[in-house]
Design a protein around this ligand. Structure first.
Ligand code: FAD
Ligand code: MLT
Ligand code: ZN
Length: 461
């Protein structure tokens, strides 16, 4: 979208009239935390203005003012995204629309099992509200204390329970959003079945701030299992980890999570204080959570000859989960260069080839400043691996990203499993979608946001 400098100098004044002086931030020191992403790899220009509307009406007015001034708008929630999606990179004036003030949480509807929340409500708070009514949100992830429901819908976040409840799109019963034309789109009925025309809420899920600003969500709730058991199981091979998960599933105990870790990752989090619960060193470990008792889970594991060692506890088993959940922050701390951080899926049969292929690619890199080391982990039950490579020499980062994403494509996988495309993977989108598919996506973008107001530079070029 072309920008008009004369109009944009007046924009902060117009925005202040809508949201009040305290909620239009222009000082670069104050806007720093909004302009920098969680990984520190993506930064927006100092000229970026942050505006924090209190509700949907203010959001609509902010969007209209930005459209009038021809200034692009990037929605931002908790800023925990891992693909640079919430960091505008345009050279001209630009606005980050923070949803964090829209954090209201309504009453749980126990009959239709749902909860109305503002887009800026943080996952942990929504989970806590649901818990008081004996229910829970089907999606959970380690960034739960900061990630917002709006951001999670916008990225179609996955997390640890997709294997049981599906991703964020499946938790959306209703949605309210501001369109590029400044209108309020609202589908808001707690219905499990509603086939009147196109699934527009489903389209906004995963749209990464490029089609509309989500202002509120009617979140589906689920009944949690009465009892869960969690095991960390040591195995020799990735395929053995998959067999263990399949065996638990085949026993009739619904699997709630299946998370792969490697010896390298276990070592790193162990040194950071999350002690490996296994009594011996193992090449791979899989954390399995299922409905049922620890005795039942231990019984299934005892029957598996590929199990090297196992630690089993009743849920919630925070000590076992900490070993898995600490991976992201520990990896970010240890690398001397920006972490190469990818999130991919492959068909189950290709998981071992993916792991071996990534290890080969990393071994081919020069040992400078230190040997590049893959730290692979993730939602193995969904075929979703988080490919992190630490200490990749700065000049070789795009090359290794390219090689890993091409490997994933060759294995029949997806270059983005759950984090989205954002800015980080935009250059590789042709690996994930063919020409007809991309043309349809561009047609949708053109129809809903003809002037390219929302989040230019993210997802589609
Ligand atoms: P932001 O980072 O603020 O924004 C993300 C994207 O959504 C941007 O493109 C932004 O423009 C858009 N957006 C935000 N809010 C809105 C809105 N209201 N309307 C329209 N667009 C909007 N992700 C997973 O999927 N699974 C995981 O297991 C997981 N674990 C994580 C663990 C850690 C420690 C961290 C740091 C991140 C993890 N993530 C995970 C990534 C991240 O938490 C998710 O992508 C989350 O959904 C982002 O929510 P947010 O509110 O922080 O969004
Ligand atoms: C996770 O599953 O912990 C995340 O998606 C975060 C990451 O990839 O680091
Ligand atoms: Zn993940």
């Amino acid at each position: 979208m072309p920008t008009d400098r004369a109009a944009t100098t007046a924009l902060p004044t117009a925005l202040r009239r809508i949201v009040g002086d305290a909620h239009v931030l222009t000082d670069p020191a104050t806007t720093e935390s909004y302009r920098t992403d969680w990984t520190g790899r993506w930064r927006s220009p100092e000229s970026t203005v942050v505006v924090r509307p209190a509700d949907t009406a203010q959001t609509a007015a902010v969007v209209a003012a930005c459209a009038d001034a021809r200034v692009p708008v990037t929605p931002q929630g908790g800023n925990t995204g891992l693909v640079g999606g919430a960091q505008p990179s345009v050279s001209g004036p630009s606005v980050i629309l923070s949803t964090r003030r829209m954090a209201g949480i309504g009453a749980v509807d126990t009959a239709d099992r749902c909860i109305p929340v503002g887009a800026g409500a943080v996952l942990a708070d929504v989970r806590a509200a649901a818990r008081k009514a004996g229910l829970t949100v089907g999606v959970d992830l380690a960034a739960r204390d900061s990630a917002t429901i709006g951001g999670m819908v916008a990225t179609n976040a996955g997390g640890v329970h997709v294997i049981r409840y599906g991703s964020m799109r499946a938790q959306v019963l209703g949605i309210e959003a501001v369109t590029a034309a400044g209108h309020v789109f609202r589908r808001w009925r707690p219905l499990r079945k509603d086939n009147v025309g196109y699934d527009l809420p489903g389209l906004l899920a995963g749209s990464e701030g490029t089609l509309a600003v989500i202002t509120a969500v009617l979140v589906r709730l689920v009944v949690p299992a009465r009892r869960t058991a969690v095991a960390v199981v040591g195995v020799n091979h990735v395929a053995d980890a998959q067999r263990v998960v399949a065996a638990v599933e085949a026993s009739g105990a619904p699997v709630h999570a299946a998370e792969l870790m490697t010896a390298t990752g276990l070592g790193l989090v162990g040194r950071a204080g999350a002690r490996n619960p296994l009594r011996r060193d193992v090449p791979y470990a899989v954390l399995v959570e299922c409905a049922g008792t620890p005795d039942l889970l231990a019984e299934v594991l005892d029957e598996q000859d590929r199990v090297l060692d196992a630690a089993v506890e009743p849920g919630p088993a925070h000590r076992l989960w900490a070993v898995r959940e600490r991976h992201t922050e520990v990896i970010a701390e240890v690398s001397q260069t920006p972490v190469v951080k990818l999130d991919v899926t492959v068909p189950s049969a290709a998981m071992s080839d993916l792991v071996a292929g990534v290890e080969r690619l990393a071994a081919d890199l020069p040992d400078s400043p230190r040997p590049a080391t893959p730290v692979l982990f993730g939602h193995v039950g969904d075929g979703n691996l988080h490919v992190n490579i630490v200490d990749v020499p700065r000049g070789r980062q795009d090359e290794i990203v390219d090689a890993v994403l091409r490997l994933v494509d060759a294995l029949g996988g997806s270059i983005s499993a759950e984090h989205g495309v954002g800015r980080a993977k935009r250059a590789w989108i042709e690996l994930g979608r063919d020409a007809v598919d991309l043309a349809m996506m561009r047609a949708v973008k053109g129809a809903l946001d003809p002037d390219g107001l929302f989040n230019p530079g993210a997802v589609l070029a």
